[in-house]
Ligand binder design. Structure first.
Ligand code: G4P
Length: 528
């Protein structure tokens, strides 16, 4: 197959949802359709289950699963589909944000009873900012849930989306009779709950037909006709270009567990979802069709076995062909590297591949060369942008608890930060190290991994910080900036890239500082 055809047939996307909305179940059903797995229950949830085991053991379990589910690839109808895993747990939100830099589109899963939940709001906001095409799947239609129109309203208001329903439920919960598929213009009837196998559905093609009445009953048939008329009156008609530009979001209804509405979703997805998209580097826009390979690291996984300290760096291929045993330029280190065993992913298996194409993800064994955001090329000096750090929510001093192991501690901290487990800030005043995380869970992970993988011990000390703000000034020699640095010295730190960060201790003090130094800009993310 030609290089261009290989690009055309790739679809790389992520499924985002609030925990429990049904991401794992939907992923599994998609893999079943692709024939990549044979039975339900094969895909493990990457959820953090609290309670049963101590937290760090749970993290290790989760880490094992997330290595296996980082990329799930399968073929459907001649299309190569790469699903990138996104942790739903809020403490790992930053992982999900980074993964979103490597997807070309997303499917958002919403629980019909719970509606739009907090985690979904945050993730969709990031997708909207990046103009990532979104398809919405409203799940669990076999259960009692909210009214379909109310849900569509909620999605428009809370998520700021412009929806275009491509299917519509006939009844819900106990009365759930099936789905009218606006996209394919037919009806699929829900005939029970065969949970393990792919649901058999009866199809009829005309909404006005008498047959509809016989199958769903007169009341439901009339209601459906009215509702579809309303849908067509209220919501914009689906337009592929608008969807691809991130201005219109098609909505499907279904039940992942019952495998209902999933085929419709998948068929529409392969038809409309974008092939690998061009990506902006600091220097220029790179198109997938360009002959020369470029790619970037969006995720790093440490080996679970402490005796093998190697890690797996996940690279999204943006342009050209990535070949095994070929030297590529690691731009940040200005060093050529060759990879003898790049891993590609198929369902839950890894295998060594000779050649990969734009849209694909390869896992490269790494002994410490990679950081999240690094760029690989055939020689061109470009740097992909778009993997920002966000202000952490929690801040603690990290102290060395075993003076003989300070080297190990520093190395451990360094490598864990490269993996993106947390963020390190070094105070300007006294050089003390501060670890910032999105969730409290990460402190336990860091402590446990430092001890088990690096033989180092640490303790923490609370630090009262409200937000970390990256500081932007036009003129470093501006007297206002000089004064700011002098007055606020206690609150200033450097991030791992050496960028200046203001650790403000309250919303009020941040506001006062902003007012006092109007020429300085304060950002909640490292990219501005
Ligand atoms: P997540 O990855 O988004 O966190 O959600 P996951 O797929 O694990 O689904 C969360 C729970 O919702 C699971 O139940 C799952 O079986 C159920 N579920 C998913 N889709 C549907 C659906 O269409 N209808 C109904 N009724 N339930 C659905 P659980 O009890 O937490 O786990 P399990 O023991 O069933 O695996």
């Amino acid at each position: 197959m030609s290089f261009l055809k290989e690009i055309q047939r790739r679809r790389t996307f992520g499924i985002v949802s609030h925990p429990d909305a049904g991401k794992t179940t939907l992923t599994e059903k998609l893999l079943l359709f692709g024939g990549a797995i044979q039975e339900a229950g094969a895909v493990k949830s990457n959820k953090i289950k609290k309670g049963a085991t101590s937290d760090f053991m749970e993290i290790e379990r989760q880490r094992g699963i997330s290595v296996a589910t980082s990329v799930l690839a399968f073929e459907y109808d001649g299309i190569k589909i790469n699903i990138l895993d996104t942790p739903g747990h809020k403490d790992f939100a930053e992982d999900t944000f980074r993964t979103l830099t490597a997807v070309d589109s997303v499917i958002v899963v919403i629980d019909v009873a719970k509606g739009v939940e907090e985690q979904t709001e945050k993730l969709v906001e990031v997708c909207r900012m990046r103009k990532i095409p979104i398809i919405v799947f409203i799940n669990k239609l076999d259960r009692e849930g909210k009214d379909a129109f109310d849900l569509l309203d909620e999605i428009e208001q809370k998520l700021g989306l412009r929806v275009s329903p491509l299917s519509f439920p006939i009844g819900m919960g106990y009365d759930f009779k099936g789905i009218y598929n606006i996209w394919e213009k037919n009806i699929n009837l829900f005939s029970g709950d065969s949970r393990k196998n792919i649901e058999e559905t009866i199809e009829i093609s005309d909404l006005e037909s008498e047959e509809l009445k016989t199958i769903v009953g007169e009341k439901a048939a009339n209601l459906l006709r009215e509702e579809i008329e309303l849908v067509q009156g209220i919501y914009p008609e689906f337009d592929k270009t608008e969807y691809l530009e991130g201005n219109l979001q098609p909505v499907f209804f279904g039940s992942a567990l019952n495998n209902f509405g999933v085929r419709e979703l998948l068929d529409c997805f392969v038809e409309i979802a974008p092939k690998p998209r061009p990506k902006q580097s600091e220097e220029r826009l790179i198109k997938p069709e360009e002959k020369k390979f470029t790619g970037f690291v969006f995720k790093i996984h440490a080996n679970m076995d402490p005796n093998h300290r190697d890690r797996l760096a996940f690279i999204k291929i943006v342009s050209g062909e990535f070949k095994r045993n070929t030297p590529y330029l690691h731009v940040r280190l200005n060093k050529k590297l060759k990879f003898s065993s790049p891993n590609a992913f198929f369902a839950e298996k890894k295998q060594i591949v000779d050649i990969s194409y734009p849209g694909d993800i390869v896992g490269l064994h790494d002994t410490g060369n990679f950081k999240i955001g690094d760029t690989l090329t055939e020689g061109e000096l470009i740097n992909y942008k778009g993997i920002p750090s966000f202000s952490p929510e929690h801040f603690r001093y990290i102290n060395n608890a075993d003076p003989l192991k300070s080297k190990q501690l520093n190395k451990g901290i360094d490598q864990l930060m490269d993996e993106g487990v947390a963020q390190l800030f070094t105070l300007d005043l006294n050089g003390r190290k501060v670890i910032g995380t999105v969730g409290a869970l990460q402190y336990e992970v860091i402590q446990y991994r430092l001890e088990h993988e690096y033989g180092a011990k640490c303790t923490y000390e609370n630090l009262n910080v409200y937000k970390a703000c990256w500081v932007e000034v036009n003129d470093q020699s501006d007297p206002e900036f000089e004064e700011f640095k002098r007055v606020k010295q206690r609150y200033l730190a450097k991030d791992k890239q050496g960028q200046l960060v203001f650790l403000s201790d309250s919303a009020f003090s941040l506001q006062m500082t902003e007012q006092k130094y109007p020429s300085i800009k304060f950002h909640y993310t490292s990219e501005f």
